[in-house]
Write a new protein. Structure first.
Length: 402
């Protein structure tokens, strides 16, 4: 058996393991659990961190203010140093009535806080002081909710007993680059964090920051967001903190929660991924190298083996490569259907995976150039080695082995 045949067979075996042993990550049927409506609806405060969001706010904010929720609800928009009139626009959008809106500002974040977490902290504290809610819905300024979204989230959390109920909003897929990159982004996320594993006891924990309903008692017990203030990937860190403290987490795909933020150019999608890719690898060069080699073996070897094997007259290499490529494309089809995209995009997944490998490498380059986490144009200092170690230890100590 030739060297290339061995590599192609290993790639095929890897795909068979992913198909059957990785929590059925490729299925898209993990949706919001139905729940009977409670007799007495709990109170909810919606916290929306916003920085220079005037472009998307006219679509997203009215959807929150128009929520058909039987209980007491309020919206707290945190205008985090916007220069485009986000706060003033929000006040004007709220003039028509509906769910009451409070616009507030946190001031500049102190050193050590990354991303939008300082704004979230301010919004949570203000909401707790003013409304004392039973639940908090943490949602982004670019997320539009159908009128029954909050009602369905609360009913599901109340009936199931989950401390966190999170939905991955359906991202916009209209331009060519969005069609190529966005479904794969969700597919790769589900591969790393199989949704079926998240709701079970064990180590796997994740959430989607665009739509996180969390019980206030669980948030306070996990000391969120203070306990995760160094986190770049704040939604995953939040879920780990809650689950590590004994709480329960559910995550699935949304059908009535949508992101309205456009990513028409590759450069915008590139920044979205590279901003946090190396943080996902804990800024570890060994993990980076292993990830790049793994991406090459799993995603790039199948088409290369299939095409090169056919061209070189090596039927074993060609057959193994083609079989692995077919399994890969087959697992991608459900995500394409979820995003209403054509089936013929499935065989292009190796090309997209190659782009993600480059984005991940670029993320590491940016890290070592001293460019820390960034959110909406605000760049933060790169955490020190001791801060990163403390954050990793906190996550590891707080998460029980599954």
């Amino acid at each position: 058996m030739s060297y290339w045949t061995v590599i192609a067979v290993v790639s095929l075996l890897s795909w068979l393991w992913l198909l059957l042993g990785q929590g059925m990550f490729w299925r898209t049927d993990v949706r919001l659990p139905p729940g009977a409506e409670p007799r007495e609806w709990p109170s909810v405060a919606v916290v929306v961190p916003a920085r220079d969001e005037a472009e998307v706010l006219p679509v997203s904010l009215p959807s929150l203010l128009a929520q058909d929720y039987p209980g007491r609800a309020s919206v707290f928009l945190v205008d985090d140093g916007s220069t485009d009139g986000t706060g003033q626009l929000a006040a004007r959008l709220a003039s028509g009535g509906g769910v009451p809106l409070t616009v507030t500002s946190p001031g500049e974040p102190p050193q050590g806080w990354t991303g939008k977490l300082w704004a979230v902290r301010h919004g949570v504290r203000r909401a707790t002081a003013d409304a004392a809610p039973d639940y908090l819905l943490l949602t982004d300024a670019d997320i539009a909710h159908e009128p029954d979204s909050l009602r369905a989230l609360v009913a599901s959390a109340h009936a199931s007993g989950y401390d966190v109920v999170s939905q991955m909003a359906r991202l916009r897929v209209e331009t060519g680059w969005e069609r190529l990159i966005v479904p794969a982004f969700v597919y790769f996320f589900a591969q790393l964090y199989p949704f079926r594993w998240i709701s079970r006891r064990g180590r796997t924990a994740a959430a989607a920051g665009g739509c996180v309903l969390i019980r206030r008692s669980a948030l306070e017990a996990a000391r969120v967001p203070d306990s995760i203030r160094h986190a770049v990937i704040d939604d995953v860190a939040l879920a780990r903190a809650v689950k590590g403290g004994g709480g329960s987490v559910w995550l699935g795909l949304a059908t009535r929660v949508d992101s309205v933020r456009p990513y028409p150019r590759l450069s915008q999608l590139w920044r979205m991924v590279s901003r946090s890719a190396y943080a996902q690898l804990r800024h570890n060069p060994a993990l980076l190298l292993g990830t790049l080699l793994g991406l090459a073996l799993i995603y790039l070897v199948p088409p290369v083996a299939a095409i090169a094997g056919a061209a070189a007259g090596a039927p074993g290499v060609c057959a193994a490569g083609f079989a692995a490529w077919a399994v890969m494309a087959g697992t991608y089809l459900p995500m394409l259907r979820y995003y209403r995209q054509p089936w013929w995009l499935a065989p292009t997944l190796p090309f997209t995976a190659g782009l993600y490998a480059l984005m991940t490498a670029d993320s590491a380059v940016q890290h070592y150039r001293g460019r820390g986490a960034a959110w909406k144009g605000r760049t933060y200092d790169r955490p020190s080695a001791s801060q990163l170690a403390a954050a990793r230890n906190a996550e590891d100590d707080g998460v029980a082995e599954g």
